[in-house]
Design a protein around this ligand. Structure first.
Ligand SMILES: Nc1ncnc2c1ncn2[C@@H]1O[C@H](COP(=O)(O)OP(=O)(O)O)[C@@H](O)[C@H]1O
Ligand SMILES: [Mg+2]
Length: 312
C-alpha cells in the first residue's frame, strides 16, 4: 500500500456522516490585502505555462512588484528552474495544504509556511511543488469539508494577498481537483496554448470547468484574463490562417499578442535564467512580450484598486 492509499484509508476510517464542525482551522479567517492571484492554466503540457510564470514573475519584479510563485505541478519544473535543490517534502506546497485541513493534519508532520517560502531575490519568492501533489486528489478524497477551496482557504488563512502584489500559480497538465483548487483560489486566469487544430477542445473543456465552479456556488469564479497563442510560427501562412480560425471560433475570449517560437526563450529556460537576465538585443522582442503581459496586469488591477467605492 502506497502513502496515498494509507492516507486515504485512514481518512475513510475517520469519515463522519456530519460535516466536521470542529474544523476551526480557517474559521474567522479574513481576506486582507490587495494582491492578486493569477494562475497559468492549460491541461495540455508543453504549451508554455512554466516559462510564462517564471518570466512573468521577473517582468513584474522589474516593475517593483513583490511576487510569490507557487509551483502546483507534480512535475515541479518551475521549482527545478528556480531552485538549485528541491526542498524536502515538509517544505512543499502539498504538505502545506494537507496540514491546512484539520482532518488530515494529524497524519502529517507539521509544516511551517515561513520555511516553505524560498526567496529567489528581493522581489520573488517561491513555494515549491513536488511529486506528492499527484496524490492530492486521493488524499483529500475522503474529507468532510469542501475539497475545492483548500488552496483558497490556505491563502486566506495566511493572508498571503497582503504579503505580495502578485501570486502566480503554475498549473499542472491535468484538469482534476488540483486545477479546480487553483481556479477557486484565483482572481484571474491566463491560458497559454499552441494554436493547432486541437487546441479549441481543450480550451472549451477548461471553460466548462470554470462554468461548473460558478454553478457550484462556491463564490470563487475566476476571470479568464486572456489566451496567449504560444510557439506561434508566423512565417507560415497555414499557421496564420489557423490562428485566425481559432480566434473566430473562440471569439468570447480576449487574446494577448502571440509569442513566437523563440530559441532565445528555450535557451534561457535551459540555463534556468529569465529572459530579463540577458543583455543582448535578440532578447528584446521576447522581453517585450512578457513585459506587455505584466503591464496589462498592473493596469487592470491598479484600476480596480483605485476605483472609488460607491459607499464612500
Ligand atoms: N515561445 C517559446 N519559444 C521557444 N520555446 C518555448 C516557448 N515557450 C515554451 N518553450 C519551451 O517549450 C518547452 C515547454 O514549455 P513549458 O513552459 O515547460 O510548458 P508547460 O509548463 O506548459 O508544460 C520548454 O522547453 C520551454 O523552454
Ligand atoms: Mg509546466
Amino acid at each position: 500500500m502506497g502513502i496515498f492509499d494509507r492516507i486515504s484509508e485512514s481518512v475513510k476510517k475517520n469519515v463522519n456522516t456530519q460535516p466536521d464542525s470542529s474544523d476551526m482551522s480557517f474559521r474567522n479567517s479574513e481576506e486582507k490585502g490587495s494582491g492578486k492571484i493569477i494562475s497559468v492554466i492549460n491541461q495540455k503540457g508543453g504549451v508554455g505555462k512554466t516559462s510564462l510564470c517564471f518570466n512573468l514573475a521577473h517582468a513584474l519584479a522589474q516593475k517593483n512588484n513583490k511576487v510569490l510563485l507557487i509551483d502546483f505541478d507534480p512535475q515541479f519544473n518551475l521549482s527545478t528552474v528556480v531552485l538549485n535543490d528541491l526542498p524536502n517534502e515538509d517544505e512543499q506546497v502539498f504538505q502545506l495544504l494537507i496540514n491546512s485541513v484539520k482532518q488530515l493534519k494529524t497524519l502529517h508532520s507539521p509544516t511551517m509556511l515561513s520555511e516553505a517560502i524560498k526567496s529567489i531575490n528581493p522581489f520573488i519568492d517561491i513555494i515549491s511543488g513536488g511529486q506528492m501533489l499527484s496524490g492530492f486528489e486521493l488524499t483529500v478524497g475522503g474529507i468532510n469539508s469542501v475539497r475545492q477551496t483548500i488552496l483558497k482557504k490556505f491563502f486566506e488563512h495566511h493572508q498571503l494577498k497582503g504579503m505580495y502584489d502578485y501570486i502566480l500559480i503554475d498549473g499542472p497538465p491535468t484538469l482534476g481537483l488540483l486545477v479546480v483548487n487553483i481556479l477557486c483560489a484565483s482572481d484571474g486566469v491566463i491560458i497559454p496554448f499552441i494554436p493547432d487544430a486541437f487546441c479549441q477542445t481543450g480550451i472549451r473543456n477548461l471553460e466548462t470547468v470554470i462554468n461548473d465552479i460558478d454553478e457550484m456556488g462556491l463564490g470563487c469564479t475566476p476571470e479568464i484574463l486572456g489566451l496567449i497563442p504560444n510557439l506561434f510560427d508566423k512565417r507560415r501562412k497555414f499557421a496564420r490562417n489557423e490562428l485566425e480560425n481559432i480566434k473566430k471560433e473562440l471569439n468570447n475570449f480576449t487574446f494577448f499578442p502571440e509569442i513566437e517560437n523563440k530559441v532565445d526563450l528555450f535557451k534561457a529556460m535551459g540555463e534556468k535564467r529569465s529572459v530579463f537576465s540577458f543583455k543582448s538585443k535578440e532578447y528584446n522582442d521576447i522581453k517585450n512580450k512578457f513585459s506587455h503581459i505584466a503591464d496589462y496586469l498592473l493596469e487592470k488591477y491598479k484600476y480596480e484598486k483605485e476605483k472609488p467605492s460607491l459607499h464612500s
